[in-house]
Design a protein around this ligand. Structure first.
Ligand code: PEP
Ligand code: MN
Length: 359
């Protein structure tokens, strides 16, 4: 095994899409030198948001993946998004397939794929669905576990979010623990590329995944990332892949020297105290939302006033900037608080309407 801090963790590396035999072979050969046990990934059929963009080479590229395996000894994986694609993968003799985020959302499709996989021993990786519905994800994994005799691996690739985020797909780090509570023996890896969406963010996402004890990483790797036909912003060269892995640090769950332990304890006590104060302030603020809701009802005023909301957001952003607090955080925080105010006021108005209707 390589000497990097990845140790014996799983590495899935390779381009977003298979583009040519040359591209696959040169990428794979450069990866395998440092990571002989890495699994080589490449999308053969690409789920693209809009038509008219590169949708993958299709069946022909499966042959190229087999050639990669022949020349490097690496195991090969691609995405299968429907039964037809899966059957072609089975016929070709792929080692593994992954179920993409847009497929995991659909239990009918997942079941069809599970039925077609029955009795086979392919490794199956199941990406999280686009939206943060954990039971949909664990359900897809259970369907696969019931079908195949091999390992099923969950892949956290981040979630679509309406909140402002520097990430392409927002990581929800707590899902690691939620999934393990449903399926304690489940192996989980982290697809840092689809979370980050941009090269500069890859290192911190990889470090976070490692700190949380993920069983491995999926990293989109392309011999010429700038020329990639899909996801060019987030792909890295095999050389950069090796640097990234070497720069990962093995971190301790807590400090070891007594001074630092004591300091940490003090600061955590302060945080606990402030968290309590925050709750009391929130409670006080929401009480005003209730009073305003009643007043609006009596005066037949609508709950949501866009101008008022715009002013609050602008002022809080300005104040946040003065206090040097991240503007995305301020925005998300006040969206949450405002949503709760609107919910409380809607409840007041609905309750009164029910009385009015004698329900
Ligand atoms: C991919 O891995 O290239 C891909 C399309 O992934 P996801 O399903 O996570 O978007
Ligand atoms: Mn991709």
């Amino acid at each position: 095994m390589n000497k990097s801090t990845l140790g014996d963790k799983m590495l899935v590396a390779g381009p977003c899409s298979a583009e040519s035999l040359d591209q696959l072979l040169s990428t794979a050969k450069a990866i395998v030198t440092n990571y002989p046990h890495a699994i080589f990934r490449a999308g053969v059929w690409k789920p693209r948001t809009r038509p008219g963009t590169f949708e993958g080479i299709g069946e022909e590229a499966l042959e190229w993946l087999l050639e990669v395996r022949k020349q490097t000894g690496m195991k090969v994986i691609t995405e299968a998004a429907n039964v037809k694609q899966l059957e072609l993968c089975l016929k070709a003799g792929m080692d593994a397939i992954w179920i993409g985020a847009r497929t995991t959302v659909n239990p009918f499709l997942v079941q069809e794929l599970a039925d077609a996989l029955k009795g086979t021993s392919l490794t199956v990786m199941v990406k999280n669905p686009i939206h943060p519905d954990i039971s949909l994800w664990s359900g897809a994994i259970e369907r696969m576990q019931a079908a195949v005799n091999s390992e099923i691996i969950a892949v956290h690739r981040g979630f679509h979010s309406f909140e402002t985020s520097e990430f392409r797909n927002h990581p929800r780090w707590q899902v690691h623990f939620e999934m393990k509570s449903y399926l304690p023996d489940l192996k989980m890896i982290c697809d840092i590329s689809h979370i980050a969406g941009a090269r500069p963010l890859l290192q911190i996402v990889a470090q976070e995944a490692l700190d949380l004890g993920y069983d491995g990483l999926m990293i989109e790797t392309h011999i010429h990332p700038e020329e990639a036909l899909s996801d060019s912003q987030q792909q890295i060269t095999p050389t950069r892949l090796h640097e990234l892995i070497q720069q990962l640090e093995t971190r301790l769950p807590s400090p070891v020297d007594a001074m630092s332990i004591a300091q940490l304890k003090n600061w955590r006590d302060e945080i606990d105290r402030l968290n309590n104060e925050l709750l009391i302030l929130l409670k006080e603020r929401l009480q005003y939302s209730t009073l305003i809701g009643e007043l609006k009802k009596e005066n037949h005023v609508s709950i949501f006033q866009p101008e008022r909301w715009k002013t609050i957001l602008e002022e809080m952003n300005k104040r946040g900037e003065e206090l040097n607090i991240n503007d995305g955080f301020i925005r998300n925080l006040f969206i949450q608080i405002h949503d709760e105010s609107v919910r409380i006021q809607a409840e007041i108005i609905n309750r009164e309407e029910k009385n009015f209707l004698n329900l």
